[in-house]
Write a protein that binds this ligand. Structure first.
Ligand SMILES: Cc1ncc(COP(=O)(O)O)c(C=O)c1O
Length: 349
């Protein structure tokens, strides 16, 4: 049995989700509207406590639309040095919105003090800042939750400098479940919020951008410009509506299996896990063991995880891996790392 823990995006739609998609009432959403998509957008706006929401084909496009809507060309946007918008969106902020992305190194993620120190006084010699982007949970920091008080402090610094805030909440579902805060409370710190349906919620595709009514109305044209106008989008929106009902309430189960996996692999050959807040587990290997080699050997044994760097391995729990599978994957990782540590010890002795 292959166990795929590379990402929470690898889930397959369940039979019930597929039925919901097949039964969806649809229209042409570019022409004159799709009723199921409208229902999803109303539901997301309600959950996030925002005026309105817009359905997008991907989180990347929704993030980029937010950057486009909230920033100005020739300015800089400030975000955490490990942010998805910086590393994995194909320089979209520069190419599409014409902004300079300025990474701010947090420890481990952006906080109010480092943001305040990074905002430069107005000067004819440096670009003005026009936007702050947050990410919660933070993927690169191992599914790290930024607490509500910490988010409020960051937003306070942004507001004091007249900067709007966009929240990349691809995994805000996990942040809410882990912190005990509601989605709307977490979203309240930001002007716009992106949420993704294709990660912890198990949908095949889709994200939403929520925010003030006039901005989201403008987002309609931005999405179209980016090539994201979708016709019978209700088929996809139905999957998301189904997931909000059936999968959102169980998302904390993924945090439990992540903790289980972490407890199995922590300490093997002196490797250390970053204790997981949510469903992402980072395993840091000692310098002599190559993460790429471990991942390749684990894959030969039907366990798929991601080499995050040459010394760090990422594993993600999700709907399609239960406790038994996660335990099996952890044990395989332990065996592979132990064998490599033995071989290296043997070679150096
Ligand atoms: C934190 C974060 N933001 C944005 C995205 C982009 O989402 P998508 O893959 O739907 O473009 C991802 C995807 O992994 C992510 O982890």
């Amino acid at each position: 049995m292959r166990i795929d823990m590379r990402s929470d995006t690898v889930t397959k739609p369940t039979p019930a989700m597929r039925r919901a998609m097949a039964d969806a009432e649809v229209g042409d959403d570019v022409l004159d509207g799709d009723p199921t998509t409208r229902r999803l957008e109303r539901r997301v706006a309600e959950l996030l406590g925002k005026d309105a929401a817009l359905f997008f084909p991907s989180g990347t496009m929704a993030n980029q639309a937010a950057v486009w809507l909230l920033s100005r060309p020739g300015t800089e946007i400030l975000l955490d040095a490990g942010a998805h918008i910086l590393h994995y969106e194909m320089a979209g902020a520069a190419a599409l919105a014409g902004v300079q992305v300025r990474p701010v190194a947090g420890d481990p993620v952006l906080d109010a003090a480092v943001l305040a120190a990074a905002i430069r006084p107005t000067s004819p010699h440096v670009p003005r800042a026009s936007l702050v982007c947050l990410e919660n949970t933070h993927n690169g920091a191992g599914g790290r939750v930024t607490s509500l008080p910490a988010m409020r402090e960051i937003a306070g610094v942004a507001r004091a400098n007249a900067l709007p805030v966009h929240l990349d909440g691809a995994r805000l579902w996990n942040a809410a479940a882990a912190s005990g805060e509601t989605l709307a409370t977490l979203a309240s710190v930001a002007d716009t919020v992106m949420v993704s349906f294709s990660k912890g919620l198990g949908c095949p595709v889709g994200a939403a951008l929520a925010g003030p009514r006039d901005l989201i109305a403008e987002g309609w044209s931005v999405r179209k410009r980016f090539g994201g106008g979708m016709r019978q989008s209700g088929i996809l929106a139905a999957a998301a509506l189904y997931a909000l009902e059936a999968h959102l309430p169980r998302i904390a189960e993924d945090h439990g299996t992540a903790t289980l996996y972490a407890s199995i692999v922590d300490g093997v050959a002196n490797a250390r896990v970053v204790p997981p807040d949510t469903n992402i587990v980072m395993l840091d290997l000692p310098g002599s063991i190559d993460a790429f080699a471990v991942v390749a050997e684990a894959a030969r044994r039907e366990v798929l995880v991601t080499p995050w760097s040459s010394s760090r391995i990422r594993a993600v729990t999700h709907l399609d891996v239960d406790e038994g599978a996660v335990r099996m994957a952890g044990n395989v990782l332990v065996e592979v790392v132990e064998r490599m540590a033995d071989t290296l010890g043997h070679l150096s002795s």
